[in-house]
Write a protein that binds this ligand. Sequence first.
Ligand code: SAH
Ligand code: SF4
Ligand code: F3S
Length: 497
Amino acid sequence: MTSPSPRDENASRDIEHPKAAKAGMDGNVTVKSRDIEQAAIIAQKSDTLNTKNTKKVFIKTYGCQMNVYDSERMADVLSPIGYAPVETPDNADLVILNTCHIREKAAEKVYSELGRIKKMKATKSRAGDGDMTVAVAGCVAQAEGAEIMRRAPVVDMVLGPQTYHKLPEMIARIARKEGQVLETDFDTLEKFDELPITREPKGFSAFLTIQEGCDKFCTFCVVPYTRGAEVSRSVSQIVAEARHLASRGVREITLIGQNVNAYHADGPDGKPWGLGELIKHVALIGGIDRIRFTTSHPRDMDDGLIETLGNEPKLMPYLHLPIQAGSNKILRTMNRDHTYEHYKQLIAKIRKARPDIALSGDFIVGFPGETELDFQQTMKCVEEIGYGSSFSFKYSVRPGTPGASMGAQVPEDVKSDRLKRLQDLLYTQQMAFNKSLIGRTLDVLVENGGRADGQLFGRSPYLQGTHFNGGIDLVGQIVPVKITGAGRNSLTGVRVI
Ligand code: SAH
Ligand code: SF4
Ligand code: F3S
């Protein structure tokens, strides 16, 4: 991908440890512990020796945007100690699986991947190519902890989502052959204080975590247990990271959090700020032309945020606001703390403030106790609200959550049937929404060249992938495109000059 942005400028600054400035040092050294010092020595060696010393790290990401962001941050923290990212695991010195625990299938995938990695590790060792350190990070790590090592002894390290800043220290412990390492602390703010805000974005659109954790305890969901309590980052840290991203050519920032609209912090004006104020502040940063945020909870959709949705032109007209189910009885047993009527009123208010908004949602079918009548109410909700895109799932029993021990579990074949009917409706709406854009001119942020020469690919304000023809010099720019065709998942168009 060609990049017109000033990405290579000050490249060396990106590998500075955030503590170096504080401690008055100019290298990768920190004063925190022997382990980190040892990691720093490895880093200095790999800086001063030739590239043969660079180790390879393969990071595989499962799950949500939070994990995508965290994987990038792990790569950032590993770079000063000599690790460069690679695209395949077979010859990597360090393999990290950044895992998701949200549904049973997501969690089980990790164990089948570990089976494959075990074979690769053995092959690498037999070929005399050195050892492969295997780490499991993310929400499965937090939920299952040492159980992972018992089930898959190939794993050297298990690290929960709030411990990534400690990676160099953990690697040093492995290098000293101290045995398997388990880190599942829950100090979210320490993680953000320790991770460098300087990062090398991959394209023109970047995620920026502003909030982590969840206090809502929906009865189906593991997130409050795997990510801990709701914590918001400081405004100054977020702005510094956003400014850095802008300086590296990023034009679109998606502010992310498990409950992103629960964001609250002290503003620079001394007043308490919510997400609305934060967005207006981030919008002042030169170079940032588009802002998005995800995932929101209906309970935290306050008037300040709705007003910002209506007034802030840099905020894209797209809102992901999951309701999960249309039946108030099911919403109650899910502990969602909102009714269908509340959600509907909220949507009306949002549409009044921002008439061009497209909505997206998450839905679960087959939650315990869901009757055909309850399910019909989810269908009615979709018909009445109308969604431009969506994510829909069969309820998956998660051990340890209240839903797991509820009676009246819904049989698998009933769940499958309901999911199919719901998805038929949701996909019809998605197709209709995409087709309604034909003839309109939309601003497309060009991400890269398409497969054939002269083809470009980018994202519309509504997040649809959009294909059109144009020169590669347009990559990284926001270009008006007249939409001429629409499929369920993408648009085609012609550039308007
Ligand atoms: N914090 C966000 C999203 C969390 S997880 C929110 O509150 O909306 C993303 C989605 O996964 C959820 O919205 C829900 O639809 C789905 N999900 C979570 N737990 C699930 C489970 N046990 N079975 C099926 N889907 C689930
Ligand atoms: Fe899970 Fe509910 Fe929290 Fe979302 S709000 S992360 S669905 S517990
Ligand atoms: Fe999965 Fe954890 Fe995200 S469970 S959806 S990776 S918060």
